[in-house]
Design a protein. Structure first.
Length: 84
């Protein structure tokens, strides 16, 4: 992840070992515990604004936003089925 460091989402359980702990997601990406808790999009406060995590399970994917000029390609987390 790049950009300002997100703070943990209030009221969500999180695991300090998880690369997505600041979004309240437990466990390692790709595990059953991770996907059971995964909700997307998931915004969290960061600096003077918000960071939003978009997750996708499976094959490569792009996000298309009406206000952006082109699609955003999701990145794969290691050798898992987790794209963010």
């Amino acid at each position: 992840m790049t950009g300002p460091e997100p703070r943990p989402a209030r009221g969500l359980p999180h695991d300090a070992e998880s690369p997505f702990a600041a979004y309240g997601l437990p466990g390692k990406p790709g595990t059953d515990a991770f996907w059971a808790a995964a909700r997307a999009p998931l915004p969290v406060p960061a600096d003077d604004g918000w960071l939003t995590l978009f997750l996708w399970r499976g094959s490569p994917a792009d996000l298309d936003f009406e206000s952006w000029s082109g699609p955003v390609t999701l990145r794969r987390w290691a050798a898992t089925d987790c794209w963010y």
